[in-house]
Design a protein around this ligand. Sequence first.
Ligand code: FE2
Length: 243
Amino acid sequence: MLDFNLIDSEFKKYVSNFNFDDEKISLKYYHTLEVANICYEVAESLGLSNEDKDLVKLIGYLHDIGRFEQVATTNSFKDKELDHANNGVRILFDEGLIRRFIQEDKYDEIIKKAVRNHNKYKILDPVNDREELFANIIRDSDKIDIFRVRTKYYHNEMKLVPTPKIVEEVKQGHSINLNDIKNKSDSILCVMAFIFDFNYKESLRVLKKKGYYNDFLNSIEVSDENMDIFNEIKEQLLKKLEV
Ligand SMILES: [Fe+2]
């Protein structure tokens, strides 16, 4: 059994090394706490054991540990400059921070693969069924809270004309590769299309219950010329929540 009083205080202690007045730091701090709880909720609705629910929650606490150093060194969330997931694995397993959160090492491979793959377009590591389960849950849980974060902290505009290739991909029900994004409207469509990348209908139910997807869609400022295409895509995407 994991000790979440210890885990919570070790996480706070780690974040206290960074400038909490920087909104990028505080945003990721609160995001982490939210994701840890969402992880537990998703794990519960998947009917996992108590041991596995705790492990999922721990992964929630650790998934973005590499963000804080990324912000401190690059002043951004740009993974092209410093991939925060790979950086998290380095901090946890090369520097050994993991042992402050959990003494035993029997879950190390599961945690490592879940953290490393949480921000990738697809899971890149070879994974067994169990490793895949935990990687899938953190990928779903992270996306659920990203809709809340995007609504609360970002100015979501769809004013430029989106790239036709991106529009086509979304219409076909595909998630978007970050490398294809050319303008701000594309990046809005990319976040909207996260809905295609959920692994479990249980995760979609948690998202629906929280209302974060609708809030995000409602927060988008759409120019008149983009309104028709936006509404068409919106209708299609909202069907994904009918689970
Ligand atoms: Fe992340």
